[in-house]
Design a protein around this ligand. Structure first.
Ligand code: SF4
Length: 440
């Protein structure tokens, strides 16, 4: 179950008129579930696999699943849709279908998931899934499998199998995902994806090549989105990855941090590999909010380099989508004005602003829970990145929402969106001119 539904009605209405914001939301909602396609690859051949996406669904869709009479349903969902997923689990279980729930939210909240599933999966699914299916066949199913506390299930990426892209009707997608790394060593306080499922690890390059070959068998010139948290942590490995990517006719997108700006060789390879855009979490334009954000305080130390790093990366013709979060305890009204100013002054080709969100399993969640600042116990439907789900420090909930809405209106105004496009076109033109001079 993918996609999110923004809760705040005012913002939702606003969002519908803000093309930059809507485009990215649509892209996220339309990505296939790489986790489930991966489990499908780890399913023995004596099982028949059906893959379904339930972003938008009708009663007939659910009936169709029931009519298939599946032995087992494996389901995963983002936090924002988990309550809906639970309802579906309850319904399927009433029909006698065994339900296995996994993914990020389930890993963070296993006890909650136990109320709605026969089997709860925590952590990496590959080896667990194989054990679980064997348990099903031998009537020896366990209610709980975890790779977090059980080394038997901890997975080395050298054993990865190519996800079952063949289960997809490719005409329904404008992007496919592959994963080249898992986790991120930076440990930002608000980030769940970086460490809940797995610590940081890289996939061997020859296996990534196999996945790309498979995708190219079904799609001539694909657009690939890397399902990574922070791709270019290991620069030596990253360069090998980029050399591989440059051999394919594809466009691609990933998320990284600004350390790539300090490595010219990597930027050169990135430019040659048809990278369409990198998304970078600058997180905030309020230096105080960066202090202590990650364990080594690395982001705090990069603050003075922000503008220069953006210009450097984009000078290679690579578009940077800069991400900023609003609502930290050290943020004030001035932070909103400073964020707008930073975005206007920068040459960023795209921007993404979101509200600070306390996802379960994060340090931020633990802190706010201890301080009794979570708005309610089950606020999962508000984990959309565009809704406030805790009591802010320097604002009321309404003030924070209103300030955010106003900033959205400015940042995604037609004028500023057009200005960003124009600036990036100029950057590309300058790059072309430099290249022409270089070859004369
Ligand atoms: S750098 Fe990004 S992926 Fe890594 S921990 Fe921070 S927010 Fe998460």
């Amino acid at each position: 179950m993918s996609g999110v539904r923004v809760y705040n009605k005012r913002l939702l209405d606003l969002g519908l008129t803000l093309p930059g914001f809507v485009e990215r939301s649509k892209v996220i909602a339309s990505l296939p579930s790489l986790g489930l396609l991966t489990l499908a690859a780890h399913t023995p051949a004596n099982w028949e696999v059906i893959y379904k996406e339930l972003d938008i669904y009708s009663e007939a869709d659910i009936q169709e699943i029931i009519d298939e009479e599946p032995d087992l349903i494996a389901l995963s969902s983002l936090t924002a849709r988990i309550n809906e997923a639970y309802k579906l689990c309850d319904l399927f279980r009433k029909k006698g279908i065994t339900i296995a729930l996994g993914g990020l939210h389930t890993t963070a909240m296993p006890q909650e998931a136990e109320n709605h599933a026969d089997i709860v999966i925590q952590g990496e699914g590959e080896l667990i899934w194989e054990a679980l299916l064997s348990g099903f066949e031998n009537s020896n199913l366990k209610p709980h499998y975890s790779s977090l506390a059980n080394s038997d299930f901890s997975f080395h990426l050298k054993h990865c199998k190519v996800p079952r892209y063949d289960l997809l009707d490719i005409s329904n997608y404008n992007r496919l995902t592959i994963q080249t790394t898992r986790g991120c060593p930076l440990h930002c306080s608000f980030c769940a994806a970086s460490r809940i499922i797995s610590k940081y690890k890289k996939k061997p390059i020859h296996l990534i090549e196999k996945e790309l070959n498979k995708i190219h068998e079904i799609w001539d010139r694909p657009f690939i989105e890397l399902a990574d948290d922070n791709t270019f942590i290991d620069k030596k490995w990253s360069k090998e990855l980029l050399v591989l990517f440059s051999q394919y006719k594809m466009k691609w997108f990933t998320e990284t941090d600004l350390s790539i700006a300090y490595d010219d060789e990597l930027l050169e390879l990135l430019a040659k590999s048809n990278c369409a855009q990198v998304l970078i979490g600058f997180e905030t334009t309020n230096k105080a909010s960066l202090n202590g954000m990650d364990r080594a305080n690395w982001k705090y130390k990069q603050f003075e380099q922000y503008q220069e790093a953006i210009d450097k990366i984009q000078s290679y013709g690579i578009s940077v989508n800069g991400c900023f979060i609003l609502g930290f305890d050290t943020d004030t009204e001035e932070t909103f004005a400073a964020t707008e100013q930073f975005i206007v002054n920068s040459n960023l080709s795209e921007v993404q602003i979101t509200l600070l969100t306390a996802f379960p399993g994060t340090d931020l969640y633990e802190q706010l829970k201890k301080e009794n600042r979570l708005l309610k116990d089950n606020y999962w439907d508000k984990c959309t990145l565009f809704d406030v789900n805790f009591i802010p420090k320097n604002f009321t909930v309404n003030q924070l929402e209103t300030q955010f809405e106003q900033l959205m209106q400015k940042v995604y105004s037609n004028e500023l969106v057009a200005e960003r496009k124009k600036k990036f076109k100029r950057t590309l033109l300058n790059k072309r001119k430099r290249n022409t001079h270089g070859t004369l």
